[in-house]
Each structure stands twice: as C-alpha cells, then as structure tokens.
Design a protein around this ligand. Structure first.
Ligand code: NOJ
Length: 444
C-alpha cells in the first residue's frame, strides 16, 4: 500500500462533447465537432454523440454515482455553443444546466473543476476562421469572464484550455479534427500560437473575475522518460521534455519560444509580439498535464539537445488503441520535470485507458487490464509525492465510457460502462478499485 499525501484530490474527468448529449436540446447551438460528425466518413462507424451518455439529462445520477465511489472532484468542460448558440446571444437554459451541475456537485461534497474549453468551438466562430484567427482566442477570454461571473464563488478551480496541440495543429495539419484543413507549416505554428494565446486570455480573464479560484492549463506536453535511470539519462529526458514541447507547453511556462526552436523553424516560425508572449505567460497556480504514454531517451552528447530517442518495440504493451503504449513512469517524470523545469505544482489532469470491456454472465466487467494500467501510473505518481514533488491531485479519464472523437464510441475509456441503447451505467472492477484507493488514500 502506497499512501498519498493528505488532501490529495482523487478526481474523475470528462468533456462536454464526449458525455453530455442533449446537443439538440433546449436551444443548444451548432459546434465545429457536431458539424464534423455529421459528415459521413469522418467518424468511425459514423457515430455521433447527439445523445451519447446523455449526461445533460442524467447528471444527477452521475453525481450520485461519483458520490458512491467517493470521488472528490469532477473535471468537466463547457459546451460554449450551448451557452451562446449565436454570437453574444445567451441561452439561459444552457447556462442553467452548468449552474445546476455545479450545485448538484457541491451538494454531494464533490468539488467542481471546470475546463473552459475542450475542443468544441461554436460553428459561427469556426466559420469566421476558427483558430486561424487571434480574435477567437480573445473571444474565449470573454467567454471565460462571463462564466466565472456566472459561477461566482461556487467554482474554485478552473482549467483554461485542454490540449492545445489537438484543437490547433490537429485541425490544420491534416489530422482528422475539424475543420480538417491542411495548412503550410508556418500557418500551423501560427494557429498553435493562437491556441497558446487562448490559454493566456482565459488565464487573465479568470484572474480578474475569479480571484478566489486556482487556475491552470490541462495540456498534453509530450513527456520523455529515461529508458533507464542514470543521472545522465534523467537530465537528458528533462531536456527533451523541454525542447520537444517548445512550440506550446514550454512557451507557456517560460513566456518565450526557446531559441533553438525559433532557429530551427526559421521562416516558418510564428509571428508574435512581446505583449502576446506576456499574455501567454500569465502566471497560473498549477500545471495540469494529461498523460497516457511517453517516449524513451538516453543521454547522447553527440546529438543536438544531448538526447537520443529509443523507439518503442512493436510488441511494447498497449491498451485498446495503439498509441496507448504503457509507460507508467510517465506520471512520475511528468510531475518531476514540470516541477524542476518550471517550479510548478501539478495535477494529472487526465490519465486512463481504453479497453475492450465486456459484461460477463454475472453482469460484471472485470477490466483487469485497465486496473493494472491505473495501478502502474498511480504507483509512479505516488513515488513523486513520496519524493516531495508537489502534486495536488489526479483526474482519471474517464468517469464514463464516452465519445472518443474520430474513433466514435468504439473505444471504452470509462471506469463505468455505458450501454448506449439504455444509458445504463455499470461500474467496472476498475471503479471499485479506484473507490478502494480513494477510501484508503493510497495506491492499492
Ligand atoms: C485526451 C483528451 O483530452 C480527451 O478528450 C480524450 O478522450 C482522451 N485524451 C483519450 O484519448
């Protein structure tokens, strides 16, 4: 049994587009993702989360379920176009949904952690140029201000934006995210810069409107770990973690793009002003990092940066998606490097995995693969805590099986199974495992 620090936050995470459903209810507006899903062939099996898990209607049940599991904090995001279906036109019912959710959580003794933006952009902003426009970042700041005012003192924890590279580069480098455009490299770096700015504008807005709240990003810096632990390899992995994230995470933490990065890009480097870099580096209280896997490296003085990557073997264990390569030391090194490089306290803002879960004859789901995955990553995180690296909490991805973007409903990431025909929730073995860890405040 590996004890976690007192007051460790054991949380669960979801995102609006992935669990809410109710996308055509009560005046909700169109979003980039909803429109993208409507085009045949964009999403596996042409799945579309118009109803999905239907948390929009079932949030009270989901809050009660979390309470039964002992979950201390719920990280969820806001569907911007549910609240503002048209530019500057407020949908009272959309806003009320989130206010009711916050009230239900507080009543259940669960702390709300609000993510301002988790990828689903109002369609009217997409039409106006989406993340190619700096104005989109400013508008997200305004939206954050509005929401922080609406929540008042009830919400004390905010994540600004989720995984910048995914909603910026992912939509513009030919990957299958809306608007699914392939831009030249220079423009892609500019779009990422606008994503960085979005984080900055939101951080500024939250600071001004919710000075009582703690704020930070939920980003996905690629973590590099030493293939084995010698002081040289650990230092090399730390340098790699800094340099490989130069265009986004490092820029946010340091308020500047590393020189090596700008030199390497040359004419493809993004355009930016000093003023923008100040906004991007608005001080925050913590860094949230989403972590599922990592790359390996060794020290190599001959290489630029002094590190060399080691490829993962073809049979390197992975969960139900090939990118979910198991590297449990990623939580330890993620927390350690973010603290040592930038002095930041961390949350693991997401960790978990997809598995091919089946309900057995006894009505149970014995997802031992997930359990072992979680135990590995949590044990590593406990190591960080034992070494006094400041880690405030951990958000398991995900509370529920949900809509996994272009993979549709096929990958099941939940510790709670969802039957998409009946909306029935069935906690898996991993949910019982997580509840047992929470009860003892330890990794079991
Ligand atoms: C990160 C994203 O934030 C989340 O939306 C996604 O479902 C998980 N990773 C799993 O891929």
């Amino acid at each position: 049994m590996y004890a976690m620090p007192e007051n460790f936050i054991w949380g669960a995470a979801t995102a609006a587009f992935q669990v809410e459903g109710g996308l055509e209810c009560d005046g909700a507006g169109e979003s980039s993702w909803l429109n993208f899903c409507r085009v045949k062939g964009n999403i596996k099996n042409d799945d579309i989360p118009t109803t999905g898990c239907d948390q929009y209607h079932l949030y009270r049940e989901d809050v009660a379920l979390m309470k039964r599991l002992g979950i201390k904090a719920y990280r969820f995001s806001l569907n911007w176009s549910r609240i503002f279906p048209r530019e500057n036109v407020l949908n009272e019912k959309g806003l009320a949904y989130y206010q009711n959710l916050v009230d239900a959580l507080l009543e259940a003794g669960i702390e709300p952690y609000v993510t301002i933006f988790h990828w689903d952009l109002p369609q009217y902003l997409e039409d106006a140029g989406g993340w190619r426009k700096k104005e989109t970042a400013q508008k997200l700041g305004d939206f954050a201000s509005f929401m922080a005012k609406a929540f008042g003192n009830k919400v004390k924890h905010y994540f600004t934006v989720n995984e910048i590279s995914m909603f910026t580069a992912g939509g513009y480098n030919g990957s299958k995210h809306p608007p699914c455009i392939k831009l030249p490299d220079k423009d892609i770096y500019q779009v990422i810069h606008h994503g960085n700015l979005a984080h900055g504008y939101v951080a500024q807005a939250l600071r001004a409107t919710a000075p009582h709240a703690e704020i930070g990003i939920a980003n996905n810096p690629g973590i590099t770990v030493p293939v084995w632990e010698t002081p040289e390899n650990v230092e090399a992995a730390k340098r790699a973690t800094r340099l490989e994230n130069a265009c986004c995470h490092t820029a946010i933490e340091e308020g500047r793009y590393p020189d090596e990065f700008l030199e390497k890009l040359g004419a493809d480097a993004p355009c930016f002003t000093d003023e923008e870099m100040k906004i991007i580096a608005t001080p925050t209280d913590f860094t949230g990092f989403n972590v599922y896997t990592a790359r390996y490296c060794v020290a190599d003085a001959e290489m630029p940066g002094g590190y060399r990557f080691i490829d993962r073997a073809a049979e390197h264990p992975y969960m139900n998606l090939t990118w979910l390569r198991q590297v449990p030391s990623a939580t330890y090194y993620g927390a350690k490097f973010i603290y040592e490089l930038w002095g930041k306290t961390t949350y693991v803002s997401e960790n978990g995995c997809a598995a091919d879960d089946k309900i057995d004859g006894n009505g149970e789901i014995n997802d031992t693969g997930r359990l072992e995955y979680l135990r590995g990553y949590l044990t590593s995180l406990q190591r960080a805590c034992a070494e006094k690296i400041p880690v405030k909490g951990y958000f398991l991805w995900s509370l529920l099986d949900n809509f996994e973007w272009m993979q549709g409903f096929a990958p099941r990431f939940g510790i709670v199974h969802v039957d998409y025909a009946t909306r029935q929730r069935t906690p898996k073995l991993s949910a019982r495992y997580y509840a047992a860890c929470i009860r003892r405040n330890a990794v079991l």
